[in-house]
Design a protein around this ligand. Structure first.
Ligand code: PBG
Length: 328
């Protein structure tokens, strides 16, 4: 007497018991590997703030597709670095741009690979903002919502025509999902899915990505279109709007500082949900591990598990290939 008869530790006694009752599992099938294709290089170029991540020339696309598939990862999302930029992101509409060309190459090498394409003008504009700019009466430059969604819809058609299975708008303009769906449908691209970056915060954790994709805003910040980190109810509202506009899948980004938001959106929507384990989250683990502060592989698997446990069905992550290798 006096000893508890209810003992959760009984189920932790052996690895077999622990895996029997494990609630959350990780599989390479749930990873989406982000990749950068640069039209101006002809050999892979390492990204200094993201060890192990490279920009690739389009000529490497086929071989990359095969290597990714061989690891058991079935999905990729592509970002582009064009040769030229202007104030409207015109190079993003070029069917011979790095993303459409890489999509076509990867698709022909591995037809079953799920090809996603990030849809946003920031990689293609000189100013680095996620939209077309207009000047307010007080002289301030702001992103013009309705002019921007026209361009995003056009870009979605270009990527879909190149063979993208999924277009993923990451701009946070209002009404862009409805616009993109309408224009895809008018173009006969009824089978192209939309993964909406429905809930995207104005986050410091995108720092390394802006080097990777050369898209840091040249003035100001993205707080006029990306969400305020203090808001959770607004996330559910954004997700509901995008679902109503016709999104096929939703995403919360970043993942780690917003696990509660992933949970909230999971409860509010029946759509498949992704979490974006962003560049700063990836760089943070590398920086700590390099200094011997933590075990990189364990921290990586724990991080990925946390995102799934919070409610994400799939994870966009730069760890995809190395985690897939560990999962065997
Ligand atoms: C915008 C875009 C960004 C990321 C994905 N799409 C950058 C931003 O909003 O500034 C960030 C991804 C990451 O940090 O890994 N096209």
């Amino acid at each position: 007497m006096g000893f508890p008869t209810i003992r959760p530790r009984r189920l932790r006694a052996t690895p077999e018991l622990r895996t029997l009752v494990r609630e959350t599992s990780l599989s390479p099938k749930n990873f989406v590997y982000p990749m950068f294709f640069n039209a101006a290089i002809d050999a892979p170029c390492p990204i200094s703030s993201m060890p192990g991540v490279h920009q690739f020339p389009v000529s490497a696309a086929r071989e990359q597709a095969k290597a990714i598939k061989a690891r058991g990862v079935n999905s990729v999302i592509l970002f582009g670095l064009p040769k030229t930029k202007d104030d409207r992101g015109s190079s993003g509409l070029d069917p011979d741009g790095p993303v459409p060309r890489a999509i076509a190459e990867m698709k022909s090498a591995v037809p079953e690979l799920v090809m996603m394409a990030d849809v946003c003008v920031d990689e293609y504009t000189e100013h680095g903002h996620c939209g077309i700019l207009k000047q307010r009466r007080n002289g301030e430059w702001v992103v013009d919502n309705d002019a921007t969604i026209e361009v995003l819809a056009e870009m979605s058609v270009v990527f879909a025509n190149a063979g993208a299975d999924v277009v993923a708008p990451s701009d946070m303009m209002d009404g862009r999902v409805a616009k993109i769906r309408a224009v895809l449908d008018e173009s006969g691209l009824v089978d192209t899915s939309i993964l909406s970056y429905a809930v995207k915060y104005a986050s410091s954790f995108y720092g390394p990505f802006r080097e990777a994709a050369d898209c840091a805003p040249k003035f100001g910040d993205r707080a006029g279109y990306q969400m305020d980190p203090g808001n959770a109810r607004e996330a559910v509202r954004e997700a509901a709007l995008d679902e109503a506009e016709g999104a096929d899948m939703l995403m919360v980004k970043p993942a780690l500082a917003y696990l509660d938001v992933i949970r909230d959106v999971r409860k509010a929507s029946l759509l498949p949900l992704g979490g974006y384990n962003v560049s700063g989250e990836y760089a943070m683990l590398h920086a700590a591990a390099e200094r011997g502060m933590l075990d990189y592989e364990r921290a990586m698997m724990e991080t990925l598990t946390s995102i799934r446990r919070a409610g994400a069905d799939f994870i966009l992550t730069y760890h995809a290939l190395e985690a897939a290798e560990l999962l065997g």
